[in-house]
Design a protein around this ligand. Sequence first.
Ligand SMILES: NC(=O)c1ccc[n+]([C@@H]2O[C@H](COP(=O)([O-])OP(=O)(O)OC[C@H]3O[C@@H](n4cnc5c(N)ncnc54)[C@H](OP(=O)(O)O)[C@@H]3O)[C@@H](O)[C@H]2O)c1
Length: 249
Amino acid sequence: MRIWIVGGSSGIGLELVKRWLEAGHRVVASARHAESSDALGQFKARYDGALCCVDTDVSQPDTLAQSASRAWKAFDGIDLWFYNAGAYRPMPSDEWDLKAFEMMTDTNYMGAVRLMTHLLPRFKAQGYGRWVWNASLAAVFGLPYGGGYSAPKAAMVNLAESLQPELARDNVQLQIINHGFVKTRLTAKNDFEMPELMTPEIAAGKIVAALETTGRFCIYFPPKLSLFLRLLNLLPYRLSLAMTSKMLT
Ligand SMILES: NC(=O)c1ccc[n+]([C@@H]2O[C@H](COP(=O)([O-])OP(=O)(O)OC[C@H]3O[C@@H](n4cnc5c(N)ncnc54)[C@H](OP(=O)(O)O)[C@@H]3O)[C@@H](O)[C@H]2O)c1
């Protein structure tokens, strides 16, 4: 399989690159400094010819046509496009920072929208493909202090819901992943206890296994946190917001 992962230089993305290379896939790994990444450089040395690194900054719209073109040409087409770029800053309303919100919106949402604009005609011409967007369980229900991160993720999920039937008609399968807390540099910013915290290895293993075994539109894990948030989403706001107001510190 030919895979383009955007956000493949650290954390969950880097672990996915490792697993896919081990499994014999050809991978294009992108991030802002993918080409100079030591970790990706080591994979390149080990899996000669199977890994191509393409520097891509999803917050720079004018550069993305070229990134998409380089990624597409690396292995003469893409079977799986995995959008994994993400940025997080906890942001209470009394420390609201518009620039930080725009940065998270660029990375967590607009980057996927910008890249799909360049990729869509190529996938249509190819006649098949699979897109997987890594959203977050945070997209299921907005929680105090996390809106800067979760609102763009929720927009991404909503867009995916709307695109899925149209893309399926063109033989392009779109899936999203809503998973919980993973121990990476992203969550190192959290000063609260994270329920069911996973390592990047565990999270990547679950993602790879789910992609191999299910065509479900949304892949959720871990089960307990996912169930809690999905139930919260089903409750009347009177109850759900009363519960989330208890999370205020
Ligand atoms: N960790 C969690 O608990 C958790 C939970 C749910 C969902 N997720 C999602 O999982 C994904 C991976 O997160 P992670 O925890 O593994 O974090 P991470 O280690 O910080 O990885 C984020 C990746 O995105 C890339 N990236 C960031 N800004 C970018 C930009 N402007 N252009 C291109 N690439 C960019 C980063 O590379 P550079 O910085 O080098 O560009 C890196 O490769 C994210 O989408 C995140 O929202 C994480």
